[in-house]
Design a protein around this ligand. Sequence first.
Ligand SMILES: Cc1cc2nc3c(=O)[nH]c(=O)nc-3n(C[C@H](O)[C@H](O)[C@H](O)COP(=O)(O)OP(=O)(O)OC[C@H]3O[C@@H](n4cnc5c(N)ncnc54)[C@H](O)[C@@H]3O)c2cc1C
Length: 414
Amino acid sequence: MQNRKIAVVGAGPAGMIAAIKAAQLSQEVTLIDKNPSLGKKLLLSGKGRCNLTNTCDLDSFLKRFSRNGEFLRDAFKKFFNQDLINFFETRGLSLKTERQLRVFPVTDSSSSIVSVLEQELIKQNVKIMRKTKVKDILIKENQLKGLYLEAGEFLPFDKIILATGGASYSFTGSTGEGLSLAKRAGHKVIPLRPGLVPLVTEEKYAQDLEGLTLKNIRLKFYAGKNEIISEVGELLFTGFGISGPLVLSLSGKIVDWLNNKKEVYLEIDLKPGLTREQLDSRFLREFKANAKKGIKHILKNILPLRLINLFIELAKIQPHKKANQITLNERQALVSLLKGWRLNIAGSLPLEEGMITRGGISLKEINPRTMESRLVKGLYFCGEMIDVDADTGGFNLQAAFSTGYLAGESAAVN
Ligand SMILES: Cc1cc2nc3c(=O)[nH]c(=O)nc-3n(C[C@H](O)[C@H](O)[C@H](O)COP(=O)(O)OP(=O)(O)OC[C@H]3O[C@@H](n4cnc5c(N)ncnc54)[C@H](O)[C@@H]3O)c2cc1C
């Protein structure tokens, strides 16, 4: 095999595995990151526990990507979930599979994942340049020449793998600079949007409910007049609106609908096990049994404490009223609220707050069998900077590892 100098820019999961793979294939590899330490975002992943992959089968896996999952089929065929699990386990780190087939290290600490990768980089003699920012790529007459560092230095390379991540949680180093480098090299970047991001409600009162989690409720999201999803799950109120697993999963689509000027709202059914009629009968029973008690007292049996004052206000009931003073209209207003509490979605938190960046380098200009640019020979892309994104559950990290592995191998071999 011809000896080549390969640069990998970005020491996240994609860049680290790319460097390891290329170095295993006897190439001279330099891994460059502007941070003093490796895998800064990886350390945050899975709330510090790192949900590194998912053991579902390939077709189910691909379905968890928001649009472009099919693009990853080749990368997954080359290096998939079991390969990733073997990679860590053969290096002494045991993994475990939790609910919904999510895989974590038994240590419950993402630092053990970073540590295995770092040790392997050292073992494979990868040259690691920390605190080193790449400023530009030099391409002359369509020939890749090397990299310019921020400090002004030029480093010649035969191949360059860009693995600079998305553009959220920028304190981790993922600031979108790599996308600017790709743009300057002639690549199209699909507009960036936040994914897996909390939503903001129009109703400001949602902020007063910060910290409240509602479980086993039915959440129905509507875009315009169409009900687009109806699922039983949980909802978390935050300082600006709503979050929770289902909200995060749907947030990418919701951001797109809002961008397309669709009205999006959520209807919450707090009593999915009861019909309207059954709930009404329940109220009647409670009102009869506690005729002289205040409405606030009665609602304690039916609603979380923190919702009581709000619901009394939304149902336009005088808070001091007793059960036997509640009118039919007021009772029906309560039933309607409990079965279909509407929250209008105003938007999402900004890109910076998204767990994942949607958009990125257009896939049309990347060869899925090699991850090489179709425009500049010798330039490769991998990880979150390309236009793929997935749900929570370990799918995004597996995509980063698989595309990184493929890019590393292709850069070394082709
Ligand atoms: C809070 C949080 C939790 C998450 N949890 C999970 C999870 O449990 N499971 C999962 O599958 N996914 C998770 N993700 C998503 C996952 O972490 C990312 O998709 C993944 O880290 C992307 O890997 P990457 O290698 O492409 O980029 P990154 O990990 O973002 O790494 C990019 C690297 O490039 C470097 N860089 C950028 N520009 C330059 C430059 N000009 N010069 C030099 N270096 C540069 C940066 O410093 C950075 O180190 C989570 C994300 C967040 C924010």
